[in-house]
Design a binder for this molecule. Sequence first.
Ligand SMILES: N[C@@H](CCC(=O)N[C@@H](CS)C(=O)NCC(=O)O)C(=O)O
Length: 231
Amino acid sequence: MITLYDLVFDRDVRPSPYCWRTKLALKHKGLAWRDEPMGFTEKQKIAFAQSQTVPVMHDGTEVAKDSWAIALHLDKAYPDKPLFPDDPARAHARFVNGWADAAIHSLIFPMVVGDMMEAVRPQDRDYVVESRGKRIGTKDFAGFQRKARETGVTAFRQALEPARRVLREQPFLSGRAPAYADYILFGSFLWPHTFARNLELLDRDDVIWSWRERMLDLFDGFGRKARTAAE
Ligand SMILES: N[C@@H](CCC(=O)N[C@@H](CS)C(=O)NCC(=O)O)C(=O)O
């Protein structure tokens, strides 16, 4: 039995882009799992894995932490329906992983940090205020977010240009069918989707919009059914 420790916000919203990568990887393989929600201040739940972050996975007797390591574990333990069909596919996804973490998330975070404060569980708020306040150098999260959105959406769309060029040529980042590289970037979109208010990151005529629609439809609309703070 697979247990996945998944970050939880108030009202059972699941925002973590890294946990989405893992959940989409499990769906890709058709594997069932048990879901264990973890609030920011419930790190004791993942202490067994010596981890401070989620996702963490307990798979039988094996423990895997970090979304990338979990993806590698899944392909090794369940080689059917590979996330990385060959070495070049893995190298490509590894690049997308680093690109999303370093370039994409750092552009999304300032535009959602204010809404995040409203969406976290009340018992986690002090921790998030302290840790994220330190990261952005202020506790005026709403003001910081407002300012970030003035130029942030344009900068974000520009940063997506490498993906746009690929998606003009083929339906998915991974080729004709979606695989892990797609789950990485899609996870980045599901993060604001679950709790950010009044934020549209894409233009309707952007090929990335159409790709995101295809991704939302996958696995019987698994992403589309993600619970949002607005519900
Ligand atoms: N490199 C890690 C990053 C995981 C990560 O940063 N997870 C966040 C949730 S989105 C977390 O657990 N943060 C805990 C905290 O901020 O205390 C991965 O790919 O799994």
